[in-house]
Design a protein around this ligand. Structure first.
Ligand code: FES
Ligand SMILES: [Fe+2]
Length: 367
């Protein structure tokens, strides 16, 4: 898992007057909305004596700890320590990590890291969102699987033939092979396009059923370690573009937000059917991905037997290694060997301003 990327923390609609606890990168966070309606994301552990801030309440522009009532503002700075009496100034160390947040596409994104604004990788954009002629449906679901395994599956050009009867022929097509792919590099990932012969398959609800089998053009790409997109062009004008934001809850548990945009069948009455279809396809993937061993992608390519169709999987892992070499990858072994008396924090940008922090930053793999 990596710090220094944006992750979806939840739905905008789910954060109202009460603080909300969210687990990401195997850490607890609290989301709350201040009296101006601005949403904030803080480390959930109160730096006084460890209260869970999400059990408290919102007071003005602060979240108040349920244990002794300390109040932390959206920047994570303690504004009030009731036991000191009156307007006594809180101690300088009374600050929890606070993460930049942005609400977009109905989702709350949190930047979990300490990079200054100018250096942050951007959120993956959805150019079609709110565009005339496009209709968006949104789903979320959870897998008991590692997010890298999930992203690799989304990029994998060779799994459709076998995992999705709606897309492939389950190995029954004697002419099947995966062509050589040419990834196009982007700042925070790569993409590629391919054509494949799609099957009308067993999917009675398929849009393709009405046309039978045919050549579909599809493209996919990733953005950072845990965001990806897939564009499927059933015909030159009938398109479906999917954008997937995955949030690692832990190494082996992933929350997935899927925004499905289509430029045909725009009737809102068809939204439910579209959502069911997306879930059915995701379920086909889930059944396979949750059973992969090891549960986490092996660090050595020698532990698998890779072939040319795995080219994009290798490229994804190379990109992960680039971010690891920047010092952004969490050292899971060090985290898991901590004692019960230790809680780490994901470092926030303010950690670059001063050194007065009660919680230690999470261990990261050496650059
Ligand atoms: S533990 Fe939070 S105020 Fe004491
Ligand atoms: Fe799939």
């Amino acid at each position: 898992m990596f710090i220094n990327f944006w992750y979806v923390a939840g739905w905008s609609k789910d954060v109202g007057e009460e603080p909300v606890k969210v687990r990401m990168l195997d850490h607890n966070f609290v989301l709350f909305r201040d009296e101006d309606g601005v949403v904030h994301c803080l480390s959930n552990t109160c730096v006084h004596r460890g209260g869970s801030l999400s059990q408290g309440k919102v007071v003005g522009n602060c979240v108040q700890c349920p244990y002794h009532g300390w109040q932390f503002d959206g920047a994570g700075v303690c504004q009030k320590v009731p036991s000191l009496g009156g307007d006594a100034k809180p101690p300088a160390r009374a600050q929890v990590d606070a993460y930049p947040t942005e609400e977009r596409y109905g989702l709350i994104f949190a930047f979990l890291g300490d990079l200054p604004a100018a250096e942050r990788p951007p959120i993956m954009e959805i150019p079609e969102f709110d565009q005339e002629g496009w209709r968006c449906t949104i789903l979320d679901y959870e897998w008991q699987a590692n997010y890298e395994r999930s992203i690799e599956n989304g990029l994998d050009p060779a799994h459709n033939e076998f995992v999705h009867p709606t897309h492939g022929f389950e190995g029954a097509n004697p002419n099947y092979f995966v062509p050589d792919l040419t990834p196009v590099e982007h700042d925070w990932g790569f993409s590629f396009m391919m054509k494949f012969v799609s099957s009308a398959g067993k999917d009675k609800d398929s849009m393709k059923m009405r046309r039978g089998e045919g050549t579909t053009e599809a493209g996919t790409g990733h953005h950072g370690p845990s965001q990806m997109w897939t564009h499927i062009h059933f015909t030159p004008t009938n398109w479906m573009h999917q954008y997937i934001y995955e949030t690692p809850v832990s190494q082996t548990h992933t929350k997935i937000y899927l925004l499905n945009l289509r430029n045909g069948m725009l009737d809102p009455a068809l939204d439910e059917r579209m959502g069911q279809r997306n879930l059915m396809v995701a379920e086909q993937d889930r059944l396979v991905i949750e059973e992969l061993e090891p549960r986490i992608t092996p660090t050595s390519l020698a532990r698998e037997t890779l072939v040319p169709a795995d080219k994009v999987i290798i490229r994804y892992r190379e990109r992960l290694m680039e971010w690891q070499q920047r010092g952004w990858r969490i050292d899971i072994d060090a985290v898991e060997s901590r004692g019960e008396d230790v809680v780490f924090a994901i470092p926030c940008p303010a950690r670059r301003q001063h050194k007065r922090w009660a919680l230690r930053p999470i261990p990261l793999l050496a650059k």
